[in-house]
Ligand binder design. Sequence first.
Ligand SMILES: Cc1cc2nc3c(=O)[nH]c(=O)nc-3n(C[C@H](O)[C@H](O)[C@H](O)COP(=O)(O)OP(=O)(O)OC[C@H]3O[C@@H](n4cnc5c(N)ncnc54)[C@H](O)[C@@H]3O)c2cc1C
Length: 378
Amino acid sequence: MRFTDEQREFAAAVRGFCSSNCKTLQQRDALTENGTLANSPVVLDKLAGLGWLAVSLPEEYGGGGAGMVEEVIFLEETARGLAPITAYSTGLTAAQTYLRYGTEEQKRTIVTNMASGKLEAISLSEPGAGSDLGGVRIKAELVGDHYVINGQKTWCSAAHVAEHILLLARTDTSGSKHQGLTLFMVPADIEGLEIRGIETMEARTVNDLFFTNVTVPVSSVVGEVNQAWRHLMRGLAVERVIIAAMSLGAAERSLDDVIAYVKEREQFGRTISSFQAIRHRIANLATEIAASRAFVYDIAAGIDAGEEDNLSTESSMAKLKCTELAKATALEAMQMMGGYGYAREYGMEEQVRKALAPPIYGGTNEIQREIISKNLGL
Ligand SMILES: Cc1cc2nc3c(=O)[nH]c(=O)nc-3n(C[C@H](O)[C@H](O)[C@H](O)COP(=O)(O)OP(=O)(O)OC[C@H]3O[C@@H](n4cnc5c(N)ncnc54)[C@H](O)[C@@H]3O)c2cc1C
């Protein structure tokens, strides 16, 4: 896809921002308390000031009013530039559901928050309900004009730094497992909610959530009561493209770094970039990235053209392809950097760690393969 002049300028501006603010490990360490924070409030504030956050969300609710192509540019460039704003994408995913089904007030609150650098979370997974979300058990009971929520959720990204959690809960047990589910907009600091961090191989991102008699008004329902499954099934194409765009940027970063390294590093009296074993692997990765990039932007343009509901197969393919590519590129780059690929100082070990989660979240890649096969009539 060819960018317009405006899109090209936007991409260059975001790239320039990342280069000035997040280029060196020292800069990133200062922004993230030595790599322990996944999101830097300083960077989010600056991006909000530039008017680049929520770029694709509607202007009438406080967003930038541009399209999915511009959002993909932003996600690709910030991932490539290692901007510590991981949870921005989580909020963007949640915003799709609010915008489709929320009340005017919910839409305005979420989009305004997103545009001003505040974070939003989405909580679907439970200890017993991962790929099979029909197994959701957390209960929301209607008592007068309030719902009382009790139970546990898990793997909730950014809940500890978010303003609200878009919560999936069971409101009726009489029907099939996909019936009786409802979405709620829950303030993250509400009484009765305990948020406990899960230790992982990355900076703190994910949390267990414990709800004990958490009480929210009926106006917290997002969309229709007992219709959450239907609501969640729409908007998935956008979520998958968001993950694909970030993974694309991550793959490009690993490629940039390994190219720079092999051109410098000398062994046997020559740069290692002169060895065919290295050159050809890099050529293969660059080719895969270029093809994947064209695919992702084509889907984004399709979403902007109003074809989202017909892009289920392609968006699953993009999520599958780009997340696997980011992982493969980081691992290949680490190998080509030898021992230095394994050292924190050179950044590739972080790229490897970060590339391992996206094939798991947003619907695992096995589930994406299931969707693709089903759509192929298998
Ligand atoms: C870093 C991170 C961030 C996350 N953020 C969030 C978040 O913000 N909100 C949220 O709600 N959740 C989040 N998750 C949870 C994530 O969506 C789940 O981990 C994912 O859906 C898989 O669920 P599970 O871990 O229970 O694995 P399971 O569903 O138990 O799957 C285990 C394995 O079995 C495979 N499998 C399962 N069913 C099938 C099938 N039908 N066919 C073939 N293979 C199958 C899976 O692909 C996987 O390999 C996050 C997870 C991670 C790691």
